[in-house]
Design a protein around this ligand. Structure first.
Ligand code: SAM
Length: 275
């Protein structure tokens, strides 16, 4: 199933306008692959027909389906391991000590895909800091794809998904076996609110944030979009909060307000501290 240059340009412009995902030259194969799956599902004869439908209608559901099809939802429990070690051993002890009197913590996991990342954070909180059970935890996880959000809200993971990164003792403790799948316990699911949010459009109102995770999504955006998003995050964080990016991402040359904090084999970002 091939795509013409004109149709590729149309799709790439549409996806960029909507989600800010930048499809560079040479990504025709990716668009073909993703849209082939979509047209099979929708029983549309060809990519050309799909594009023609998109051109002639403003049906937002079809647009949304195409944008969703172009998202990469790769994720896993404890992805890259080291940032979560640092979170448990260094960052959370520091932040929780500072918030002990107010007993409040606010976390945002942007581009959370099918939920493995926010559930990893929730497991760390419950496992290493049981005292926070009586705290007010505001934990928002967002994504542009309704499909991955539905998966995350359900909290139901296949054997293959739990095999990727989830230590066996945590699987046994925080999941119930249902048929061949594993379902996250209510206690953890209740901690997280999964909501639709497009990073390229109006953001949801949020409290001032202690921890922001926006990992493995900035890579899909242009430099201008990355700068805009980091600037917006900057205004949403508490002065002593921490920002986590993907291992191949950084704020370097994008936002000079953050300083990089290297902790062992991981790094996170915060505002320069006066003390
Ligand atoms: C590679 S996954 C990263 C998942 C997780 N953060 C991790 O590091 O494992 C990227 C996610 O970003 C989401 N995404 C892409 N563009 C977005 C946008 N404009 N707004 C919100 N989410 C977006 C995709 O739907 C996808 O689930």
């Amino acid at each position: 199933m091939t795509i013409t240059a004109t149709d590729f340009d149309f799709i790439r412009q549409m996806v960029k306008n909507s989600s800010a995902i930048a499809l560079d030259d040479g990504k025709e194969y990716l668009v073909e692959m993703r849209l082939s799956t979509l047209i099979r599902k929708l029983e549309i004869p060809s990519i050309a027909d799909l594009v023609s439908n998109l051109r002639s209608s403003s049906a937002s559901s079809l647009h949304q389906m195409v944008v969703e099809a172009m998202t990469t939802n790769e994720t896993s429990f404890f992805r890259d391991a080291h940032p979560f070690e640092v979170l448990e051993k260094t960052i959370l002890p520091e932040i929780l000590a500072k918030r002990r009197s107010e007993r409040k913590l606010s976390i945002w996991c942007a581009a959370s895909s099918t939920g493995q990342e926010p559930y990893t954070i929730a497991m760390i909180l419950c496992e290493a800091f049981p005292e926070i059970r009586n705290w007010k935890i505001e934990f928002l996880a967002t994504d542009i794809s309704e499909g991955v959000l539905a998966h995350a809200r359900k909290g139901c993971f296949s054997q293959l998904e739990v095999n990727r990164g989830l230590p066996a003792p945590l699987l046994v403790k925080y999941f119930d076996r249902v048929g061949t799948d594993w379902v996250i316990k209510e206690e953890l699911r209740r901690m997280i609110k999964f909501q639709y949010m497009n990073l390229n459009q109006q953001w949801l109102p949020m409290p001032k944030l202690d921890l922001v995770f926006i990992r493995n999504v900035l890579i899909y955006f242009t430099v201008e979009t990355k700068k805009k998003i980091l600037k917006q995050i900057e205004g949403m964080m508490r002065p002593d909060g921490y920002l986590f990016l993907g291992t191949s991402e950084s704020t370097l040359h994008l936002d000079s307000s953050f300083e990089r904090v290297a902790l062992g084999r991981a790094a996170c970002y915060r505002f320069p501290q006066s003390t």
